[in-house]
Design a protein around this ligand. Structure first.
Ligand code: SF4
Ligand code: SF4
Length: 434
């Protein structure tokens, strides 16, 4: 019954999204994106619709836990759909456990959203708080169609296949990371009411991969800050040993050890086929995923979610066996193909890492008027980067002109014009070269 209500809520959210697009438009209620809290409020002191949503989510989480994530998140619903489809196809991916679950979402939140906007606000303090519910427009932060679709496929479907149910929520979502603190203080939690037989059903069925059985038997409640209050565990417990209950926060038993990593978790034999741990490789996995993510972040117009989603899937793919995802163990037969894919992925990430480094160095030295070194970096970038970028050719044209190589200046100016025919920069430069 509760799950039917929850699914209805997730369907209802999509109907509300449609209503938002068709009836309210941009003028009344603009973008309802979590990013707004960082880009609009922290940076400029603007309270818009997205900021109101985040404040509501934060306050309700203090009371009900991450109810928003389990009952109202559009991207959570996409992953539930992916899981349902995989089950229909006879595929039950294992839930992959790694320290990355805690570190990566916090890293994305702090590094890309909190720190730069806070630094900007400290640099240019707000002049006051502004209320503007209509700005920015609904689609302001969405990437183009191709990158948007790819983000949907990678973070909504592939991540579930490779990292397990709700892989995006666990491994990447910075908004979930933002709600961890209020969730740890939430008054309503899944609590132990007695009678557990250690059947492991709650742990097996938890979409977030929490060892519910361990937590309730050792802490008396679910303390994992990733819990989304979905109540799958309470509803599915054959002994009715769990209840989603309120506790007076003044009487709540808060202990640091309840929130730390515990190596004794996931030890019940009945759940062993549902999880795979890569904790032993975390020391390699963490730097690898960060390096992969940085090597492609921003290229081809890719956002952080897509870049680090690809990075997390690829990094973990290196360290998990094929049997983590297949209904029968075909691991051995697949190993040659897997080695080939790993080799290919390494080439792609290293290649794009060199492109990113060359662009960064090239533009930095262009700004500093160190033209000879900037030219060598940007020439490498335009040769290796499959996407033609007019701005890089324009910079090269300007630098060649500065050092007196008119022929190469003309060549790059013409290339820049071919890429961006409407842009004034290449036109002016070509005129000047005449
Ligand atoms: S499903 Fe119920 S009985 Fe089984 S381990 Fe979880 S709490 Fe205990
Ligand atoms: S612990 Fe229970 S309520 Fe929390 S996410 Fe897991 S199944 Fe849902």
């Amino acid at each position: 019954m509760i799950q039917k209500l929850r699914i209805s809520s997730l369907v209802g959210i999509h109907l509300l999204i449609l209503a938002h697009i068709y009836y309210f438009g941009d003028e009344i209620i603009g973008s309802l994106d979590f990013q707004e809290f960082f880009h609009a409020f922290i940076k400029y002191g603007i309270i818009n619709a997205g900021v109101v949503l985040v404040i509501l989510a934060f306050v309700t989480t203090l009371i009900f836990g991450r109810f928003f994530c389990g009952w109202a998140c559009h991207f959570g619903a996409v992953q539930e759909l992916a899981w349902w489809l995989l089950q229909k196809m006879g595929i039950t991916p294992k839930t992959i456990n790694s320290s990355l679950v805690t570190i990566l979402p916090l890293f994305v939140l702090l590094n890309f959203y909190l720190a730069p906007n806070l630094a900007s606000a400290l640099d240019s303090p707000w002049e006051g708080i502004i209320l503007n519910l209509g700005m920015p427009e609904i689609w302001a932060f969405l990437p183009g169609f191709v990158i948007g679709t790819l983000t949907f496929v990678v973070d909504g479907f592939l991540i579930v296949y490779f990292l397990g149910r709700k892989g995006f929520c666990r491994y990447l979502c910075p908004w979930g990371a933002f709600l961890k603190l209020p969730n740890s203080l939430a008054m309503f939690k899944v609590r132990y009411t007695g009678g557990c037989t250690q059947c492991g059903n709650c742990t097996s069925e938890c979409p977030i991969g929490i060892d519910v059985s361990y937590e309730i038997n050792n802490y008396g409640k679910v303390t994992n800050t990733n819990c989304t209050s979905c109540m799958i565990c309470t509803e599915g417990c054959p002994s009715s040993a769990l209840s989603y209950k309120w506790e007076n926060p003044l009487k709540e038993n808060f202990q640091f050890k309840h929130y730390g990593l515990n190596r004794e978790m996931f030890a019940l034999p009945v759940i062993s086929d549902r999880f795979q741990s890569v904790h032993a490789r975390d020391f390699l996995l963490l730097p690898l995923v960060l390096a992969f993510g940085y090597s492609i972040d921003g290229l081809y117009g890719m956002g952080h979610f897509l870049s680090f989603g690809i990075a997390a899937i690829s990094g973990i793919y290196f360290f998990t066996s094929s049997s983590a995802r297949l209904p029968v163990n075909l691991g051995e037969k697949k190993s040659k193909r897997k080695n080939f894919i790993i080799g290919l992925l390494l080439i792609i990430f290293v290649w794009h890492g060199v492109v990113k480094f060359s662009i960064w160095q090239g533009l930095d030295q262009f700004e500093k008027h160190q033209y000879f070194s900037a030219i060598s970096h940007l020439e490498r970038a335009v040769t290796m980067y499959p996407k033609p970028i007019g701005r890089f050719h324009l910079c090269l044209a300007e630098m060649y002109l500065e050092i007196g190589d008119i022929e190469l200046a003309r060549e790059h100016a013409l290339e820049a014009q071919k890429i961006n025919p409407q842009h004034e920069g290449p036109k002016k430069l070509i005129e000047k070269l005449k």
